[in-house]
Design a protein around this ligand. Structure first.
Ligand code: ADP
Ligand code: MG
Length: 323
């Protein structure tokens, strides 16, 4: 199978009705028509074998995840997806692998009416790079630098299960439980697109990001961009059943520094509480208040007595010491 046959067989599909795509796969570039008056949101994320996933990972899950982590970035901006491109380096043109990969990819793409509009295909060590295009109404976008002192900090869903799945697969000695109960949280993250769009349209919701490198590390990005500090109430951070059996220190590390969660962390004025809860209900995902933003820089995690709890606040950094 040659390069063009591979693209034709696995990555060329009929146009979706009512999509922003004027011209998709097959020309030198794609043509997209955003809704008049809207702004484009563009984001790229790459998955590298041996770095972001184990060699031999189920290709269907990889197809899902390669797109999911990108759609999660659109969700964190409050954007509606318009389409995506896919740059692939493949060690071989393995038809069965490609079919499964495409199945996972297009199942998620179709669920969000987000068509594949182009890409690049080359031989090389397995590497999956997706670029997503989305749109927002000007003024209805969730930026990291838009948080305000006094905002409450909210989290969608739960953190830590993907980190536990990783630990169980690696055989880290502290991890216990059945990997089957948490594997999907690592392999098939759910991009919170409906929630992001609902929040962007909610007055009083100010800043957001998606938690990919650990809750506290990512919260730190909002604090830095907005020039603020934060207090997180440890007892209010939701704990998944699979994490309950862990020793407190490891449980805390999973919750606060785990990574690969793809939940939304956002800040909102206290007057927006009911509207935020309503947005969560509409989107079908729990949203939990876990703390507040303060004028004084710094990040404090406190227990129910208001006492500071020692925690690792550093998120994952590919070129940092922890990697
Ligand atoms: P060019 O030589 O003009 O850069 P290519 O030969 O790389 O084009 O690709 C031919 C067409 O196939 C282009 O429209 C490109 O966007 C598309 N394409 C290539 N690889 C992929 C892929 N993995 N998924 C979707 N479209 C792809
Ligand atoms: Mg070209």
């Amino acid at each position: 199978m040659g390069e063009f046959e591979l693209i034709a067989r696995h990555f060329t599909r009929p146009a979706l009705p009512d999509s922003a795509v004027v011209l998709g796969v097959g020309d030198d570039g794609a043509l997209l028509q955003p809704t008049p008056g809207h702004q484009l949101v563009i984001s790229t994320d790459m998955l590298v074998e041996g770095r972001h996933f184990f060699a031999g990972t189920d290709p269907e899950a990889l197809g899902h995840k390669a797109l999911a982590v990108n759609l999660s970035d659109l969700a964190a901006m409050g954007a509606r997806p318009l389409g995506f491109t896919l740059a692939l380096a493949l060690p071989a043109a393995d038809d069965a692998w490609l079919s499964a990969f495409a199945r996972g990819l297009f199942a998620l793409a179709d669920a969000h009416a987000c068509p594949l509009v182009g890409g690049d295909t080359t031989r090389g060590p397995l590497n999956l790079c997706v670029t997503v295009f989305g749109e927002v109404r000007p003024g209805q976008v969730l930026r990291r630098d838009a948080a305000r002192a006094g905002d409450e900090i909210w989290l969608s869903g739960r953190t830590g299960e993907a980190r536990l799945a990783l630990a169980l697969r690696r055989g880290e000695p502290w991890a216990s439980g059945d990997v089957a109960t948490v594997a999907d949280r690592m392999d098939r993250p759910t991009p919170r697109l409906a929630l992001g769009q609902a929040l962007a349209a909610t007055p009083g919701v100010h800043a957001a990001l998606d938690v990919s490198d650990g809750l506290l590390g990512d919260l730190g990005h909002i604090l830095k961009a907005s020039g603020l500090g934060a207090e997180v109430d440890l007892a209010s951070v939701p704990i998944a059943p699979a994490l309950r059996a862990l020793a407190p220190g490891h449980q805390r590390d999973c919750l606060l520094a785990g990574g690969d969660d793809y939940e939304l962390l956002f800040t909102a004025d206290a007057t927006a509480r009911d509207a935020v809860l309503a947005a969560g209900r509409i989107a079908g995902v729990a949203v939990t208040r876990i703390g507040r933003l303060v004028d004084t820089p710094g990040l404090r995690v406190v227990d129910e007595q208001g006492q500071a709890v020692p925690v690792r606040t550093q998120g994952f950094d590919h070129f940092g010491n922890a990697s």
